[in-house]
Design a protein around this ligand. Structure first.
Ligand code: PAF
Length: 282
């Protein structure tokens, strides 16, 4: 696996593949890789002749008081994992390559409305940071296809919207959430949990599953379902930001009778904020 840190070196390698007509898949990450990321890489490998991954902890998507400084940075271990999963090219730029200008001068990409709900309420500016960096990375790599995890359901939705609205010639593929054996969705932030919190954390998934079971069994009092799940999580020590049933295509609150649903939740255990979701089709 080749590693590059500059846009010139990145473009040089990719240009050679492109001129031979080869298909390129791209997996953007912030590093500290776990099996969830590696599943994205495995999917990318199936979809193209060459796989490019990026590792960049994007300051633009961290708010004040969030964990930008302490976010785990494990480039050496990540590189070995990517190499052993057959990645051809790793792009690991420093901040000044991605953002040569001061943050307040940086051109931004905003997908309106849908960026201001759910995660956007609790992390203002987060999705502008994500859309901006993904747009820049797409311009640099110019992949044929890019793979994102369904765990970040709203992020996936926003990236699809950005690609559609800006007519970007890249296909967006989704890869299912990878879970620990007790159901906890894999996330780099799980490493912040202490051993007690780690035991409590899978309750999020159980609450999602219970809600899915109730709906599949004909339950359609969504407000009651949401408040029951919130009460269960709070009793176990979570501070719940949201547990909500949405239309999976629009992310608007779901009404009884709609067929394509997603249940999304974000909850904090101590300092650690966890997100998860489950989709269901009726
Ligand atoms: O999902 C992530 O890891 C990040 O939000 C992404 C897409 C790499 C952008 O920084």
């Amino acid at each position: 696996m080749k590693t590059v840190n500059t846009i010139i070196a990145l473009r040089h390698t990719i240009a050679a593949w492109r001129s031979s007509g080869e298909r390129i898949a791209f997996v953007p990450t912030m590093g500290n890789l776990h099996d969830g990321h590696l599943a994205l890489i495995d999917e990318a490998k199936k979809q193209a002749d060459h796989t490019v991954a990026s590792i960049f902890v994007n300051p633009l998507q961290f708010g004040e008081g969030e964990d930008f400084e302490t976010y785990p940075r494990t480039l050496d271990e990540d590189s070995s994992q990517l190499a052993s999963h057959g990645v051809d090219l790793l792009f690991a730029p420093p901040v000044e390559v991605m953002y040569p200008l001061a943050q307040q001068q940086q051109t931004r990409v905003e997908v309106p409305e849908v960026s201001d709900i759910l995660e956007g309420v609790f992390r203002p500016g987060f999705f502008v940071g994500v859309a901006t960096v993904v747009c820049k990375l797409f311009n640099m790599v110019q992949p044929d296809i890019a793979i994102f995890g369904e765990k970040d359901f709203q992020q996936l939705h926003i990236i699809r919207r950005m690609v559609e609205d800006l007519q970007m010639p890249v296909e967006i593929a989704a890869s299912p959430t990878v879970r620990e054996s007790d159901g906890l969705a894999m996330s780099s932030r799980n490493s912040y949990l202490d051993s007690e919190q780690r035991k409590t954390a899978p309750l999020i998934y159980r609450c999602l599953q219970q809600a899915v079971d109730v709906i599949n069994g004909g339950g359609d009092d969504y407000a009651q379902l949401e408040s029951a799940a919130i009460a269960t999580l709070e009793k176990a020590g979570f501070v719940v930001d949201y547990f909500t049933l949405r239309n999976a295509e629009t992310l608007n609150p779901a009404n009884a009778g709609e067929k394509n649903l997603v249940i999304l939740t974000a909850a904090r255990l101590g300092q650690t904020r966890l997100i998860d979701n489950l989709s269901l089709k009726l």
